[in-house]
Design a protein around this ligand. Structure first.
Ligand code: PLP
Length: 391
């Protein structure tokens, strides 16, 4: 096999961590300033304000100094108290995982779950809130990455807003790759990060917070303070004239500014179109090879990741290892309940380029063919190219 496990891969087409934009790498290489140097304080404020333009939260977004699991755990600890009733909408592994953090508060958790190849139907949320008018917090994972499926966040958000509950959204792997932001989602706490579609390495969380969410966190006696899990400690830290609770990730902030500048310069519409076109070409290629998408309905499929159902009798881990060994291409496995049942091809940040879909289809199909499976690799490549040419 041409690529030993110790050789660096040729192409990383994963669902996170993802390849970083060259401009981000240059940003990371900037001099590491003292965090109280006025030049860095100005950078920090500028980055947070620019993020506000794309996160579209009611208040300037908060940065937490760790990859987005930190923000998810911090959001649960800060916004959920023992007296809350949480409706947890579960269409995948991340949403299910949120239950553990939410339950730590002592709150009652009401679960609304669907099979992990389906998505949450807004009508089910409406019915659940009617049955439990005492629900005070609703949690949703927009793109449950280990399934590659997109939940209808705006419709659900509108229902939650009418009900009056706090709406907590994990948009880590969709934000920056498709049209979603705190405003359109009606999210009170909108958790995302730079390490998926914005094309940065994993190290920071971005949290959009509504006025209502600030009030709820301040009223929660259990909300962490003087803690790595505190969101409240960072409320005004974006302002150049305010202190940081502790040292921010200086280099990563420089990288994030480069990512946001890249996004703004390319323009949201073009960025989203590039992600969508890549996913479309990928799905066309996968289906033309006679393989099945994980998503039960193609309308559920994400524009930032394509999950392919593992054919019966194929060892998924061995398949991915062989794709890497033969072609130097790295793909993602499932996680938890989807582990071993699907393979994921990421279209995030710099890898959201349609031609990468052709590479992914060829590498994935070529390996299955080498495994003796009846896949038509030529048809897959042709379909992916035709999808690109159709625009
Ligand atoms: C990537 C991701 C996160 C961040 O968590 P990791 O598992 O540590 O990468 C959180 N939520 C979703 C939906 C993600 O895709």
């Amino acid at each position: 096999m041409p690529y030993a496990p110790s050789d660096p891969p040729v192409l990383t087409l994963t669902t996170g961590p993802v390849d970083a934009y060259p401009a981000v790498l240059r940003g990371l290489a900037a001099p590491v300033l003292y965090d109280y140097d006025p030049a860095f304080q100005a950078t920090y404020e500028r980055v947070c304000r620019k993020l506000g333009e794309i996160v579209k939260s009611e208040t300037v977004p908060v940065l937490l100094q760790g990859e987005p699991v930190l923000a998810l755990e911090a959001a649960a600890a800060s916004a959920i108290g023992a007296k809350d009733v949480v409706l947890n909408l579960v269409a995948g592994v991340y949403a299910k995982g949120f239950e553990g953090w939410a339950a730590r508060s002592g709150a009652e958790i009401v679960e609304l779950a669907v099979p992990y190849d389906e998505v949450i139907d807004p009508a089910m949320v409406e019915a659940a809130l009617k049955a439990r008018p005492d629900v005070t917090v609703v949690a949703l994972c927009h793109h449950d990455t280990p399934s590659g499926t997109i939940n209808p966040v705006a419709e659900i958000g509108a229902i939650v807003a009418r009900h009056g509950a706090l709406f907590l959204v994990d948009a880590v792997s969709s934000f920056g790759g498709m049209p979603v932001d705190a405003a359109s989602a009606h999210a009170d706490i909108f958790v995302t990060g730079p390490n998926k579609c914005l094309g940065c390495p994993p190290a920071l969380s971005i949290v959009g917070v509504s006025a209502k969410a600030w009030a709820k966190m301040k009223a929660n006696p259990a909300a962490p303070r003087d803690s790595i899990l505190s969101i409240l400690d960072w409320e005004d830290a974006w302002r150049a004239d305010r202190p940081f609770p502790f040292t921010p990730s200086v280099a990563e902030i420089n990288g994030l500014e480069a990512a946001v500048d890249h996004f703004l310069a390319e323009g949201a519409e073009r960025v989203f179109a590039r992600h969508a076109a890549t996913a479309r070409a990928c799905r066309a290629g996968i289906r033309a090879m006679g393989l099945e998408l994980w998503a039960k309905d193609e309308r559920f499929a994400s524009p930032t990741a394509t999950a392919v159902r593992t054919p019966d009798g194929v060892d998924e881990a061995a398949l991915r290892a062989a794709v890497r060994a033969r072609y130097g291409v790295v793909l993602s496995s499932g996680r938890g309940a989807t582990l071993g049942r699907l393979t994921r091809i990421g279209h995030m940040g710099p890898t959201a380029q349609p031609i990468h879909a052709v590479t992914a289809v060829a590498a994935f199909g070529g390996t299955l063919a080498a495994f003796g499976r009846p896949v038509d690799v030529g048809a897959g490549v042709a379909a992916a190219l035709a999808s690109i040419d159709a625009g």
